[in-house]
Design a protein around this ligand. Structure first.
Ligand SMILES: Nc1ncnc2c1ncn2[C@@H]1O[C@H](COP(=O)(O)OP(=O)(O)OP(=O)(O)O)[C@@H](O)[C@H]1O
Ligand SMILES: [Mg+2]
Length: 240
């Protein structure tokens, strides 16, 4: 894996003085039967640029809900959230999409690759949502570069069905990285992987982190959490 060449694709320079994540009093409820359930009661979280944190907690404790809010995929019912200095709560949906598309890379447990598309095409997809046009030649070059970084340079034309679980997750990481995000959010990225593949992904995260990418990873696996600078526990709608 060649990480020596760190490119910066973000549209505006990262402000190193501002936290990447600064969320206060996040509150989220969902309708449940006749009533509602309070999933997040009062979540505060701050992440400095370049930090690697893990979130653990029981199934149903709201970890994915929190990741969706921090990833600007959902809006909290109450609370404030600043992402790299941007006050997310005041942004309209278009501005939110722009922020998401340029700043955040997502990696989910089910890697969410499109089965009909090749690994290369899947990795090119995030460029469809970039507000500023990138030439097809550049898109391809950057997708190949991202795939080479995760050790999949030899699998460009393969469809997801022909890859192993670990390779699929590495492809998902390449897709998250291709826009050179400020923040990578990973929700149980190693949930389906064996020990060797998990270690491979962890090494990849470690390398990314050493290059300054801010990483927030939800995991049930103590081995994954061990690699983080900080482990947070979500319990009763709060992070401790
Ligand atoms: N869109 C939704 N509508 C209604 N309820 C929801 C919705 N999303 C999540 N929930 C509920 O919120 C609670 C928290 O769900 P969430 O997926 O965030 O948990 P989790 O900690 O990620 O669990 P797991 O470890 O199993 O992935 C659950 O009770 C879930 O049923
Ligand atoms: Mg979850």
């Amino acid at each position: 894996m060649d990480f020596a060449k760190k490119t910066h694709y973000a549209m505006t320079p990262q402000d190193e003085t501002k936290p990447v994540i600064n969320a206060r009093g996040l509150y989220m409820q969902y309708p449940s039967g006749e009533g509602v359930i309070d999933v997040l009661r009062h979540v505060d979280i701050t992440m400095a640029p370049g930090e690697f944190a893990a979130i653990m907690g029981a199934s149903g404790s709201g970890k994915s809900t929190l990741m969706h809010i921090l990833g600007c995929l959902e809006r909290p019912c109450a609370g404030s959230y600043h992402l790299a200095g941007n006050h997310v709560g005041v942004l309209d949906d278009a501005a939110l999409s722009r922020l998401r598309a340029t700043r955040i890379g997502f990696v989910f447990q089910a890697c969410n690759l499109i089965p009909q598309c090749t690994i290369l095409e899947n990795t090119e997809l995030p460029f469809m949502y970039q507000p500023d046009p990138v030439s097809p030649r550049q898109v391809k070059a950057r997708a190949i570069e991202a795939l080479e970084k995760v050790g999949l340079g030899h699998r460009l034309s393969h469809k997801p069905g022909r890859l192993s679980g670990g390779e699929l997750q590495r492809a998902a990481i390449a897709r998250a990285l291709v826009i050179d995000p400020l923040l990578v959010l990973a929700d149980e990225p190693t949930g389906n992987l064996d020990v060797a593949a998990t270690n491979n992904i962890l090494d990849l995260f470690g390398t990314l982190n050493s290059l300054g990418v801010t990483l927030l990873v939800v995991t049930h696996d103590a081995k994954v959490a061990e690699r983080a600078d900080r482990v947070l526990y979500l319990e009763n709608g709060r992070l401790q």
